[in-house]
Design a protein around this ligand. Structure first.
Ligand code: 2P0
Length: 328
């Protein structure tokens, strides 16, 4: 009745933004990402017959019963309990080895690791696609962190969401890329991604036109990945990112995640590209900029980004493995 699993965060190259069902957490469109090694969440789940409620410990601190974070974990554990033939409460102990303020979705690695640990501890053995669909219930981006390397999240068309899961495109060994996270500010963001995407889809006239581009972008990005065509991948990734942010900015009131350093980084990356460096950027629901390059360009990219005053930290990640159990 105990299992420990780890998972890595991922960065979307074709963005997920918008839900078609909030209860089942079904996306409006698909998405595509790279799982990042070197950064991980490790989660242990222990079902116990001597506790009278679920206990959640995050980075060594027990979460308060009424908190949103506690509630999210408990609701997820309940989904797993519903599928298994026991009703023990769980002690969930989870830790990230990267700063949560770095704008790397800890909900992606967190729910991917929790999905695997909670089902394994309950004696459930799911196929990857089932595990991915389950992780999606915790957080949309978590569905992609089940796999290593590049993964595509499928929108699916069923009402029950059983076909809304991620599938692998290419393993981490396929392409030796680096992702440098330029951390621009510390602290929590003002608008959570869930809130930002709901406001965007409810009020932005640019949301549907952007969402209509996603399926085509996934085809183009997949082709670029298979051919290891860096320039083509960068073109789709920047377009998807800027389209997502433009649709969010056009919401009412506008959802703006950027700060002046974010914009400075965008221009700096583009200038470096004009100067001959192979480099492109993407930005999630926060002000940090994730810069991709081939491994051989890493030191040049670091020195370019390190010169920008508003950048407080550079975190380097490489393609990583999918979620896995840790031997007892
Ligand atoms: C992505 N993001 O594709 C996009 C791009 C942020 C910007 O997935 O509400 O935390 O938990 O399903 O997964 C962040 O959204 O949202 C996200 P929920 P999640 O990576």
């Amino acid at each position: 009745m105990e299992a420990t699993a780890f998972a890595h965060p991922n960065i979307a190259l074709v963005k997920y933004w918008g839900k078609r069902d909030t209860d089942l957490n079904l996306p409006v469109a698909g998405s595509l990402s790279l799982t990042l090694g070197g950064l991980s969440t490790t989660t242990r789940v222990r079902y116990r017959d001597d506790i009278s409620r679920d206990i959640v410990i995050l980075d060594g601190k027990e979460l308060r019963q009424g908190s949103r974070a506690y509630q999210r974990v408990v609701e997820f554990v309940q989904l797993v309990r519903n599928e298994s033939n026991h009703d023990y409460f769980a002690e969930v102990e989870t830790a990230n080895d990267f700063p949560t303020a770095a704008g790397l979705a800890s909900s992606a690695s967190g729910f991917a690791a929790l999905a695997l640990a909670a089902t394994s501890a309950a004696g459930l053995h799911l196929l990857d696609e089932q595990l991915s669909a389950l992780a999606r219930r915790g957080s949309g981006s978590a569905a992609r962190s089940i796999y290593g390397g590049f993964a595509e999240m499928r929108r699916g068309s069923r009402k029950d969401g059983h076909d809304a899961f991620a599938v692998p495109i290419a393993g981490p060994e396929h392409w030796d890329l680096r992702c440098v996270v330029a951390v621009t500010t510390q602290g929590e963001k003002d608008i959570s991604s869930t809130e930002g995407m709901l406001r965007t889809q409810e009020s932005s006239p640019l949301f549907t036109p952007w969402a209509d581009t996603v399926a085509g972008d996934i085809v183009e990005a997949t082709d670029a990945i298979k051919a290891r065509d860096f320039q083509a991948l960068g073109r789709v990734a920047e377009r998807s990112c800027l389209g997502m942010h433009a649709s969010a900015m056009a919401a009412d009131p506008g959802v703006i995640y950027w700060n002046p350093t974010t914009l400075e980084l965008i221009h700096r990356v583009r200038r470096a590209r004009r100067d001959g460096l192979q480099v492109f950027f993407t930005i999630d629901a926060g002000p940090h900029v994730k810069v991709f390059c081939p491994a051989r360009e890493l030191s040049a990219v670091r020195s370019v980004l390190g010169q920008i005053g508003g950048v407080s930290d550079l975190i380097v990640a490489r393609p990583g493995e999918g979620a896995a159990l840790v031997a007892a």
